[in-house]
Design a binder for this molecule. Structure first.
Ligand code: SAH
Ligand code: DHB
Ligand code: MG
Length: 223
């Protein structure tokens, strides 16, 4: 019941404020057609990421977990000329769908899509000579969040924003006895955050077309 109401309000917001264009709708359609799971961010969340990237004036963006590239398109569209987005995806089938979606959205020239396990790709990325990231969006497997966050922090400038998706998971984050690797990952991430003096963070719970969940925003305030 409530879930339907949340979805309806998201629909109302989408109609008035988000107005996804055909390119974004195509990306969702192509992803569904290829059998990808419908776990992309909602339109309102996608636009939220886009606006955060603009507020941040982000030129160097890192995304962990591409899927079909829906959130990637929202983020890439916020880049200034010369801005770059690196996005990491483990599943070659997902990456292939994403590549076509990014091409259709005409953002391929600013997006560096890398296929492999995030843990390996992050190590390689950290060894490259490149400017630090201004914004990171962590949205891959939830068990990996602590490790992805640690690498992200290492590669981000002071003032950078690190956003982590799916950190509430219908409240399951409270279950200290959980053996779910995702819940364990989120809980270990929170423990890391609690003692990490280089970031200032908050978590905002969300409801909407994607149900009850939440995201964490961490800003790098020290080195
Ligand atoms: N950000 C996307 C949704 C990502 S879904 C959007 O909102 O549009 C999570 C993605 O992370 C899936 O495509 C999954 O294949 C990928 N993934 C899971 N484990 C991974 C890992 N260890 N390394 C890289 N990607 C991973
Ligand atoms: C899942 C992953 C996501 O990134 C998400 O937004 C929702 C669900 C999942 O793995 O189930
Ligand atoms: Mg997610």
């Amino acid at each position: 019941m409530e879930d339907q109401l949340w979805a309806d309000v998201d629909g109302y917001v989408n109609t008035l404020l988000i107005r996804e264009d055909e390119t974004l709708l195509d990306a969702i359609r192509a992803s569904a057609q290829a059998g990808l799971p419908p776990i992309h961010v909602s339109p309102a969340q996608g636009k939220f990421l886009h606006l955060i990237a603009r507020l941040q004036g982000a030129r160097e963006v890192l995304e962990i977990g591409t899927l079909g590239g829906y959130s990637t398109i929202w983020l890439a569209r916020a880049l200034p000329p010369g801005g770059r987005l690196v996005t990491l995806e483990a599943d070659p089938r997902h990456a292939e769908v994403a590549r076509k979606n990014l091409e259709r959205a005409q953002v391929s020239s600013s997006v560096d899509l890398r296929v492999g396990l995030a843990e390996d790709l992050l190590r390689a990325l950290a060894a490259e000579r490149r400017p630090p990231f201004d914004l990171v969006f962590i949205d891959a497997d939830k068990a990996g969040i602590p490790e992805y966050f640690t690498w992200s922090l290492r590669m981000s400038r002071r003032g950078a924003a690190i956003i982590v998706d799916n950190v509430v998971r219908k409240g399951s984050v409270l279950d200290a006895a959980s053996t779910d690797p995702g819940v364990l990952g989120v809980r270990r991430f929170n423990e890391l955050l609690a003692t990490e003096r280089r970031v200032s963070a908050t978590t905002v719970q969300t409801v909407g077309a994607k149900g009850y969940d939440g995201f964490t925003l961490a800003v790098v305030v020290g080195e």
